[in-house]
Design a protein around this ligand. Structure first.
Ligand code: AKG
Ligand code: FE2
Length: 206
């Protein structure tokens, strides 16, 4: 048992992570919406938000001499992901040009990624980051993440302020649960290829 008996440092670490990470999530949402001039939708997004806090462990690589994939390249499907590496590097991000860069955060820092749903909601203004975990060395890796998304019946629809001639509507409005079923459908037909592609493109409008 890890919580709360047995390993007090585990629950302490989770609690230490929780407060700043929730504050950061709401700050990031505010900054994004304000900078796009659509902060009037902040309450609507906040009221329909759902959260998922995960602590992740990646077993040590079988072979210490070669890099091993801890997590395949993928886009997160949610709105915002905030990650913290507790032990071990390994997170890599893909740049626009298809290059993989290693993320080496300082111990007290967080990594903020945007997911496919926020990409669609902002009518493409935010780019979702494809990322992966690459393991090397002889140690397991631990990370924590706050994954924020929306209620299943929330309609992911870009605000009209973000749609104009220069920025045509990229995705037809969809319920978050429709994106989830799209992911499940794809996963059952094409050997987890969903993890490599933008699932939201099923709702592409232009
Ligand atoms: O462990 C990490 O740093 C990344 C985790 C991740 O990308 C995910 O769970 O979607
Ligand atoms: Fe991810």
């Amino acid at each position: 048992m890890l919580w709360p008996e047995g390993r007090p440092s585990f629950s302490e670490n989770v609690e230490l992570f929780t407060k700043p990470v929730f504050e950061l999530e709401s700050l990031v949402k505010r900054i994004v919406l304000e900078s796009l001039g659509v902060d009037k939708y902040l309450d609507e997004l906040k009221d329909s938000a759902g959260y998922n806090l995960r602590v992740m462990r990646y077993g040590k690589p079988l072979n210490v001499d070669t890099d091993e994939l801890g997590l395949v390249p993928h886009f997160d499907k949610n709105f915002i992901t905030i990650l913290h590496q507790l032990q071990g590097d390994g997170l890599e991000l893909e740049t626009k040009d298809g290059e993989w860069i290693k993320i080496k955060p300082s111990p007290g820092s967080f990594i903020v990624l945007f997911g496919e749903s926020f990409h669609a909601w902002t009518n493409g203004r935010l780019r979702p980051a494809r990322h992966r975990v690459v393991m090397n060395g002889d140690q397991p890796r631990y990370s924590m993440g706050l994954f924020s998304d929306v209620r299943e019946d929330f309609l992911v629809k870009a605000p009209e302020e973000l749609v104009d001639e220069e920025h045509p509507l990229l995705f037809k409005p969809f319920k978050f649960k429709e994106l989830i079923s799209e992911i499940e459908k794809e996963a059952s037909t094409k050997e987890a290829s969903t993890r490599f592609k933008l699932c939201v493109s099923a709702f592409r409008n232009v």
